[in-house]
Design a protein around this ligand. Sequence first.
Ligand SMILES: [Fe+2]
Ligand SMILES: [Fe+2]
Length: 173
Amino acid sequence: MQLYRCQICGDPYLGTAPPTNCPFCGAPEKYIVLAGEYQDRNHIPNLSARSRENLVKALDLEVNNAGFYMCASNCAPDPVAQAMFKALSKIEAEHASTICKILKVPKPEIKPDTHACQKDPLANFAAAHEREKRAAAFYSQSAQEAMEPRVQQVFTALTEIETDHIHIAEEWK
Ligand SMILES: [Fe+2]
Ligand SMILES: [Fe+2]
């Protein structure tokens, strides 16, 4: 067994090989390193006003989407859709944690958003599709606007992960 860490969320993973995607934040394998090679890059002195503003918006978006998926999971009538929404909720909550580490703010409580989700899982996958498209577009723009390499890296990874989620929502809606 080897101990790996994700360069995006920092979480550790034990396995015989690196995972194809971080089990916690969904980042693709290229961000997974051996634990000894991991560098904590979340301390960014003089974070630019634009990056801070984009990270604050991103945090709000992630908390919102995590709450939406949590509700969608609770409402889903079949165990497979329940599990899919739960997986997505956990990933979005992990994104919120990662952003909080850079902003040095406590992680907001994430609760099921009963106003945002519906009873019908197909409607929730259609809503998820729109949410993920908005998130990916905003993160891609935020990556371009970021002056700091770490902020660029995180927004680029988030763009990649939410793009995977767009594909999932497309297949399921
Ligand atoms: Fe991760
Ligand atoms: Fe996310």
